[in-house]
Design a protein around this ligand. Sequence first.
Ligand SMILES: O=C[C@H](O)[C@H](O)[C@H](O)COP(=O)(O)O
Length: 226
Amino acid sequence: MNTSPKQAAAQAALELILPQLKREMVLGIGTGSTANCFIDLLAAHKQAFAGAVASSEQSAARLAAQGIALYDLNDLAQLDFYIDGADEADPNLCLIKGGGGALTREKIVAATAKTFVCIAEAHKRVEVLGAFPLPVEVIPMACAYVMRELTQLGAKPLKRADVVTDNGNWIIDAAGLAITQPLALEAQVNAITGVVESGLFASRRADILLLASHTGVVHLECPSKG
Ligand SMILES: O=C[C@H](O)[C@H](O)[C@H](O)COP(=O)(O)O
């Protein structure tokens, strides 16, 4: 059977963390098709660690189906690893995430992890973030207001149809942004009243990015912060 790039990225992440797993370790696990590949590969090693914190109900269900114990983030101190996919990654390993609507819980779990290992297909690597519309989770009653504010920031916002997040909120996809200053834009978007979280991962970017294509996996590390 041919290995897909998503499976290759997941396999590379597994090989990276396997030697560091400890029986008491709890892993942070993301959401999406690439994270699903990782969950499925991880299942064969479930005796080597304690369990996982999931960033969505969907991932929690997949982890449970694989017999991996689920933990509540509030019962844990710092996690060693967070493994998740992304929709775009820039040269500084800033990311756009939330294509699957799980961005807020993803950002929370990532915030508690020492090392964020991002796994993605090679075409997700871009010079400037923003060709993929930036997902923004909003309190439903604030949706129209937040869309007007995002327009002021230069975006073309669109409410994602028929989506309610695990937190009971809505998603706005903000298209048309050329995100040359990810940290500044993340702060601006998150400061809009009614925004729960944006899918811009700049204040907490990836530490390691494993980019896979049919020709192999490239391992990139976060350049020094500054
Ligand atoms: O909300 C979803 C997540 O941020 C995903 O990690 C992201 O959309 C990438 O998903 P996929 O691995 O399916 O391309």
